[in-house]
Write a protein that binds this ligand. Structure first.
Ligand code: EPU
Length: 440
């Protein structure tokens, strides 16, 4: 039965939450363990749906996965890996985007891979053309079938000279996970350099890979013939941290995020401070609160790292509905990441979407008729509404809006939020929110 979350808004969120390993790193580290000839240990693993999906996918391929939810310690033993039945893999169709990253490791282990139809948030088309193109360059043969993609490497995988049309996080990970055991040298130009990519590189290096990152977004990988296991503590989830920071700002609250780290949040914290948020850092985490003055409007453009990340955009838009004046947000990573603003408008926010690029960052969407710029006029009094969660970050933003709004909100589709936010209901309740859960 589907769950209904009822929120009586208007209470400042106050207290402490604990953030563990990054959703956008942990499942990929789990895939990396497949490349090893020995077991690996991953720490700081959160209890989120994407971890569960990858655990199941690894298990059906013969990897023994043990995890302790409380300590966050997971062990992965890939020594008896085998090809899984297509029907078993297909059970995970539409659940996540991570299965595409199994291609390289499974081809190295078994000579072939089968990838079901992918899932993930509907925030744009999210094609996999870069992934398939780089895999073909390594020598893979791609066979698209009705149920998914069969991919094989009849003559093995060889290093290649590659360049991405856009610094895609997923395609960069695809190259790393394939190149480390490919024969010869791979050079990838225009790669993504997000902190989660650096953490994955650290893991692969521990396993025995030889990877060099240059300052011009070039990554060079010297293939080796064997990799061992790794022991690694995943970096904290900077997107979850930014979400709680935004929740503190919008509800005029005060939240200490245990486990958060400042370093990978530079672009976020600059904007947070400019709009009127404050933060403090200690050895255990970070505290976020509303500085007390009226919030200020600003111009914001999302970008690849080290820019303002697209995953921070949605919670920040909710904060901008409370700023005094007109703000502009230009989304340059995904063509369709403003769908969530419809619910905010119903709650009383004033947000207009535009097809033009309202900013100066290079962008692929201005000429292609996508509503990818937003003009937000504030401050708006938000009122409770019936909300059906559309995607992960948009959904969390709706929660923030409902927690700040006057009146009652009835929220459905909250299962989507557990894909990336562990124990979020308990956390919101622990921060003093007036909520209840029922079955529908
Ligand atoms: N793209 C293509 N072709 C491809 C791959 C990507 O055109 O083959 C395009 C995408 O459509 C998008 C852009 O390139 O417009 C960037 O996509 P990227 O590949 O970087 O994204 P991703 O790897 O699919 C990860 C995160 C996202 C995060 C982005 C950007 C995971 C599981 N997901 O997605 O996280 O927004 O990088 O940093 O790591 C989220 O956490 O809510 C989330 C969506």
């Amino acid at each position: 039965m589907a769950k209904l979350l009822t929120i009586q808004g208007g209470k400042p969120l106050q207290g402490e939450v604990h953030v563990r390993g990054a959703k956008n790193l942990v499942p990929k580290s789990m895939v990396a363990s497949l490349l090893g000839s020995e077991p690996s240990e991953l720490r700081n693993v959160p209890e989120i749906k994407d971890v569960e999906i990858v655990t199941n996918l690894l298990t059906i391929h013969g990897v023994k996965v043990d995890r302790d939810a409380t300590s966050g310690i997971m062990t992965l033993d890939p020594r008896e890996t085998y090809s899984a039945e297509h029907s078993e893999i297909d059970a995970y169709a539409g659940d996540s985007r991570i299965p595409i990253l199994f291609c390289g490791p499974l081809m190295h282990k078994n000579g072939e891979a089968f990838i079901p139809d992918l899932g993930g948030c509907r925030i744009g088309d999210r094609p996999i053309n870069y992934h398939l193109e780089v895999l073909r360059n390594f020598g893979a043969v791609v066979d698209k079938r009705a149920t998914g993609i069969h991919i094989s490497a009849p003559r093995g995988l060889r290093g290649a000279k590659l360049e991405l049309p856009f610094p895609s996080v997923g395609a960069t990970e695809q190259v790393l996970l394939t190149a480390v055991l490919a024969e010869g040298i791979t050079e990838l130009k225009n790669s993504a350099v997000e902190p989660e990519i650096h953490d994955l590189i650290a893991i692969l290096q521990q396993m025995g890979a030889i990877i060099t990152v240059y300052t011009d977004r070039t990554i060079r990988i010297e293939g080796v013939s064997r990799l061992s296991g790794f022991r690694h503590r995943a970096i904290p989830d900077r997107n979850e941290t930014a979400s709680w920071a935004s929740a503190a700002l919008v509800t005029e609250g005060d939240i200490y995020v245990r486990g958060a780290a400042q370093r990978d949040l530079t672009a976020f914290l600059n904007i947070y401070r400019k709009i009127g948020g404050e933060f403090e850092v200690d050895d255990e985490g970070m505290r976020f609160w509303h500085a007390g003055e009226p919030l200020k409007p600003l111009v914001l453009e999302t970008d690849v790292h080290p820019g303002f990340m697209t995953d921070w955009q949605q919670p920040m838009v909710v904060a901008l509905t409370q700023a005094h004046g007109v703000s502009i947000v230009h989304e340059t990573v995904y063509e369709n990441r403003f769908g969530f603003t419809q619910a905010l408008t119903r709650m009383g926010a004033s947000i207009q979407l535009h097809r033009e690029c309202l900013g100066s960052n290079p962008c692929r969407f201005g000429q292609r008729n996508f509503q990818h710029s937003a003009v937000i006029s504030g401050p708006s009094k938000l009122s409770g509404a019936d909300i059906d969660i559309p995607d992960l970050r948009g959904g969390f933003s709706h929660l923030i809006a409902a927690l700040a709004a006057r009146g009652t909100s009835n929220v459905t589709g909250i299962e989507i939020i557990s894909r990336g936010y562990e124990y979020f209901i308990d956390k919101i309740a622990g921060l003093g929110a007036d909520i209840s859960i029922s079955e529908r």
